[in-house]
Ligand binder design. Structure first.
Ligand code: NAD
Ligand code: IPM
Ligand code: MN
Length: 351
């Protein structure tokens, strides 16, 4: 019997609602596929902050370090500033554990009609650089107390950082349809982007079954809306990848379906699996959140752990549920979170 130790941080808002179905599904699959999970439930997040004035314990990162993976819900509270909550929990995990790849696949799942009704063909993975770029703390400062207030932040792009994400994306594209698009903005006065282009071009070349394109981010956003079927793998910097992943998910129906895998490819540290969406305070507490982004994230986690049969079985159960017309409200359906989860579990137990 294989045993995994998984840290689970449900966190804030709908994170509390979509994590329980994911735990139930992973456990149910374990019974059929020969593994078991020791869940280390962490009550970290904004409620923890209200008592302890921090988002996680001082040694939180060390507590996570010996686990096999981290399953996270969402972080963000309407009464707390995002820079406090996110830099207090989510961002340190990504950085301390060198999860420099943020893999964000999106497809049009069965039963879903894209809000752009003409779109029927979409199967894209955004490979987002996850530890540097525009998300840097360097120089991050707001200068107040003068008539001209201003804020400064420096972006940090390293050759190593660009190389490894470009290589990962190229390898992934080679296992798919062989199309790699690099999101850039080297025409503007973003001085870091010419380096991004140069290093990406050094690492990945057309040929050997791979088609490589570099597309300016503004035009790329428009093309993804107009012709998403033309894209396969998109490699992007931290901020561009963040924006593109919500855009692609929405074109495929809802940001509620989109998963993400924050990966440390060398496996020196645990990787973290979380939906692309946030804590959704506007619908939190009503039990109507779409759990698909969290379930798909759990499936990516199982794949990462080597449990690929269980990972596939989880997605099959999700897709069969959706194909049968059981959808949450964000996709125009009437199922609530728990009804959707019950249907998925029924299919896991039956199959
Ligand atoms: P959001 O993703 O939480 O919500 C955006 C919109 O999508 C909302 O209308 C919401 O109701 C809807 N939505 C999101 N997930 C859904 C789901 N599973 N089912 C149905 N509808 C869903 O983004 P936001 O409102 O901009 O941010 C809210 C908070 O979450 C902020 O504090 C933000 O910083 C944080 N956030 C955290 C993460 C994370 O933890 N990884 C990601 C994004 C945003
Ligand atoms: C995401 C989120 C985070 C990000 C925020 C909450 C810091 O939007 O995971 O997409 O920008 O990385
Ligand atoms: Mn985001």
């Amino acid at each position: 019997q294989r045993t995994y130790t998984i840290d689970v941080i449900a966190g804030d808002g709908i994170g509390q609602e979509v994590i329980p179905p994911a735990i139930r599904c992973v456990d149910a699959l374990g019974a059929r596929h020969g593994y078991s999970v020791v869940w280390r439930e962490r009550d970290w997040g904004s409620d923890y902050y209200f008592t302890h004035r921090r988002m996680m314990p001082v040694d939180g990162i060390e507590q996570l370090a010996d686990g096999d993976a981290i399953l996270l819900g969402a972080v963000g509270h309407p009464d707390l500033p995002d820079h406090e909550t996110l830099w207090g929990l989510l961002i340190p995990i990504r950085r301390e554990f060198l999860q420099y790849i943020n893999l964000r696949p999106v497809r049009i799942l069965p039963g879903v009609v894209s809000p752009l009704r003409k779109v029927t063909d979409l199967d894209i993975v955004v490979v987002r650089e996850n530890v540097e770029g525009e998300y840097s703390s360097v120089g991050g400062r707001v200068y107040r107390g003068r008539s001209e207030e201003f804020a400064i932040q420096e972006a940090v792009f390293t050759r190593t950082g660009i190389e490894r994400v470009a290589r990962f994306a190229a390898d992934l594209a080679a296992t798919r349809r062989g199309r790699l698009t690099s999101a850039t903005k080297s025409n503007g006065i973003i001085h870091s982007m010419p380096l991004w282009d140069e290093v990406a071009a050094d690492v990945v070349r057309d040929g050997a079954g791979l088609t490589v394109d570099s597309v300016l981010i503004d035009a790329l956003a428009a093309k993804v809306v107009l012709d998403p079927g033309a894209f396969d793998v998109i490699v992007a910097s931290n901020l561009f990848g963040d924006i593109l992943s919500d855009l692609v998910a929405a074109v495929a129906g809802s940001i509620g379906i989109a998963p993400s895998a924050n990966i440390n490819p060398e496996r020196r540290y645990p990787s973290m699996f979380e939906p692309v969406h946030g804590s959704a305070p506007d619908i939190a507490g009503r039990g109507i959140a779409n759990p698909v982004g969290q379930l798909w994230s759990a499936s990516l986690m199982l794949g990462h752990l080597g449990e690929s049969a269980a990972a596939d079985a989880l997605m099959a159960a999700v897709e069969q549920t959706m194909a049968s017309g059981v959808l949450t409200a964000d996709l125009g359906g009437r199922a609530d979170t728990s009804e959707f989860a019950t249907q998925v579990l029924r299919r896991i137990d039956g199959g």
